[in-house]
Design a protein around this ligand. Structure first.
Ligand code: ARG
Length: 569
């Protein structure tokens, strides 16, 4: 397809002798279409060119050698140059591309690049809480989009399945395991056991020592201890899998913390050789104060045990060697900002090629809160995600039964709508913002929600069903799509690939969520303002075709976020 932005960038670059790359970074897509399809803010060059923006604008405009087949007109408005692209050219180009490309918007820009994404990563024997839902959904969306743009992606569930707390849990299990039936709700019961043993440990130093001994046995891979630990892990994974099945989440690797337990010695050896690993109150730490990080990174506790951070350092070594990653992305809440700052800094001491330390990226997100009073919460903040997802599906079912009582496959549709609502809600706003999890709000078919996008898609389907045909592109007269509503849709569709690139640049799937809302809204306006099935066959064909491709992009975009479309709802 024609890259309008690049065409404009090349021209301005020629006129100013500033690199095309820099110019393209400044080019904007105006919110108000009255200001053109692209705009160049000349004040960006004021410093370099030592001139006022309006003067720069008219100088550049003078020098532009624009092909009218591509850019219809240019206008100066204040310090901006506004570019109006040739809509006929755009329409032909977009339609052709969609017709000939099953995966419209995909690319191979990621060819030969390896991306590791560490996401979800819950802790075994603990409830999968609402924060883990968010990493699961954000990580999943990034995974899909990287793949779509041709990257080789490795999705890792870095399970929290190791640490001294397992010494305690094993002790509790040895004492009271028989009292609990772990065949149902095992995580609740393990959490209960953990609570009990903690209370006992506080009362009785003797018990605490036994817990330490259990952990030592686990470190030594003692057969019996390993057996109990493995049971906790398997039971937990079975529970997590139920959630992943609902959400459609997949991983390429389940190597969690335990996998790195025997790989931490190397980390300590390397760090010792750098001289940066120093003793402090019996522990081994790396002081990071000269890097602007006040809290040192503990690598080895005074009792000789390694910690979460040590295993993450071992994981960086392993991932660099195993996956030769270009990027290694971690998706967690911002509570772990300090942790990742520390380990990314310490990783620079591991003797890795700069490629690997530069490729580390922490994608952090805000807190998720429940509207108080609306849902029962167990133990304060911990809501069981499984219940929450099932509640949402149930509510979706009620809404659908009310709106469309005769719908077939109601259960399946309710599942897609309920899950789609949850996924979209997690991706709807910029990830650093805190978010409220409100079932009624996210299921609002008229709001900026997942179901609204699904509903719009279903509308495109019913138009096609009513028409009973989809015209061939060669029979479509693109002049019939000259109205503002059609053009809005086409411009949006043209931007699809660019939107996906922006998502990856900023690790921000909400850019795609926002885009899908815009596209759904543009279709709603088109649908309300234009008769699709009409007297003029020429116009009808063109509009049906536009309806068809809008549905296609809505579906593809939603799928990249992890949302499935029902055909009816
Ligand atoms: N298990 C951790 C938690 O629940 C998240 C792990 C994130 N990944 C990592 N490599 N540290 O908070």
């Amino acid at each position: 397809m024609i890259n309008f932005k690049q065409e404009i960038g090349a021209q301005i670059s020629k006129a100013t002798n500033i690199s095309e790359k820099e110019i393209c970074e400044y080019i904007e897509i105006p919110k108000d279409k009255a200001n053109g399809d692209y705009a160049f803010p000349c004040f960006k060059l004021a410093k370099t060119l030592k001139k006022a923006p309006p003067a720069i604008a008219s100088e550049i405009k003078e020098k532009l050698e624009i092909d009218e087949n591509i850019i219809q007109k240019t206008e100066i408005a204040g310090g901006y140059i506004n570019f109006y692209i040739n809509k006929n050219m755009l329409i032909k180009d977009v339609l052709n591309e969609i017709e000939n490309n099953e995966n419209y918007g995909a690319s191979n820009e990621g060819k030969d690049k390896n991306i590791v994404i560490d996401y979800s990563s819950p802790n075994i024997a603990k409830p999968f809480h609402i924060g883990h839902l968010k990493t699961t959904v954000i990580g999943g969306a990034l995974y899909n989009i990287y793949k779509y743009l041709g990257y080789n992606v490795i999705g890792i569930n870095h399970l929290g399945d190791y640490g001294t707390q397992f010494g305690k849990l094993i002790e509790g299990y040895k004492r009271w395991g028989k009292e609990y039936d772990l065949s149902t709700e095992p995580i609740d019961k393990l959490a209960e056991i953990y609570k009990r043993i903690n209370i006992l440990c506080k009362e009785d130093e003797q018990v605490l020592n036994q817990c330490r001994e259990n952990f030592r046995l686990l470190e030594e891979k003692d057969e019996y201890t390993m057996k109990i630990w493995k049971e906790f892990r398997d039971l937990s994974i079975d529970e997590f899998q139920k959630i992943y099945d609902l959400l459609g989440t997949k991983f390429d690797s389940w190597n969690g913390e335990a996998f790195y337990a025997d790989k931490t010695d190397e980390v300590i050896d390397i760090l010792k050789k750098t001289g940066k690993l120093v003793e402090s109150e019996g522990a081994l730490i790396v002081d990071l104060s000269d890097k602007g990080i006040d809290t040192p990174c503990i690598v080895c506790k005074s009792n000789g045990s390694t910690i979460y951070a040590t295993r993450d350092l071992a994981a960086i070594l392993y991932r660099a060697r195993t996956y030769d990653y270009d990027k290694c992305i971690y998706v967690t809440s911002y509570e772990q900002n300090l942790h990742f700052k520390q380990i990314f800094e310490v990783a620079k001491l591991l003797g890795l090629d700069e490629k690997y330390t530069n490729g580390l990226e922490h994608v952090s997100y805000g807190m998720v809160r429940l509207p108080t009073g609306k849902m029962s919460t167990r133990e304060g903040n911990f809501v069981k995600i499984k219940d929450l997802l099932n509640d949402t599906i149930k509510r979706a079912n009620e809404i659908i039964a009310e709106k469309n009582p005769n719908l077939e496959n109601k259960e399946d549709v309710a599942k897609k709508v309920g899950i789609g609502a949850v996924i979209f809600n997690n991706l709807a706003t910029s990830r650093v913002k805190d978010e409220i999890f409100d079932i009624d709000e996210m299921l609002n078919f008229q709001g900026e929600t997942g179901p609204y996008i699904q509903y719009t898609y279903v509308r495109t389907k019913s138009v096609l069903e009513k028409a009973e045909y989809i015209p061939k592109l060669k029979d479509v007269n693109v002049d019939a799509l000259n109205d503002e509503y059609s053009q809005n849709i086409i411009t949006l569709i043209y931007n699809f690939n660019d939107i996906l690139k922006q998502v990856l640049e900023k690790s921000e799937p909400s850019i795609l969520s926002r885009y899908l809302i815009d596209l759904a809204k543009a279709f709603s306006s088109f649908y309300n303002e234009n008769k699709i099935i009409c007297e003029n066959k020429n116009v009808q064909d063109a509009r049906i075709y536009l309806t068809y491709i809008t549905g296609k992009i809505l579906k593809q975009g939603a799928l990249l976020l992890g949302i499935e479309m029902p055909d009816k709802m």
